[in-house]
Write a new protein. Structure first.
Length: 72
């Protein structure tokens, strides 16, 4: 969840990440249910993982900084 010291931008980033993961997870779950007879159980599993990780607080661009490529 959000911490008391979070700025408005941090809260927006957290909610954007959550909504994106919940939406993509729901999309994969829906596709997995629709095509289940054709063997789409991996889509159900992947969608479930995406949906569940939407409840976690992202750390990559919040606490550690957003430096993707470290320069020596």
């Amino acid at each position: 969840m959000s911490v008391q010291t979070d700025t408005v931008e941090t809260k927006r980033l957290i909610w954007f990440s959550r909504i994106l993961r919940w939406s993509l997870g729901s999309l994969f779950i829906g596709a997995g249910i629709y095509y289940f007879d054709d063997g789409a159980w991996p889509a159900l599993l992947f969608g479930g993982v995406l949906f569940a990780t939407g409840f976690f607080r992202p750390k990559r661009c919040l606490e550690e900084g957003c430096e993707i490529g470290a320069k020596p």
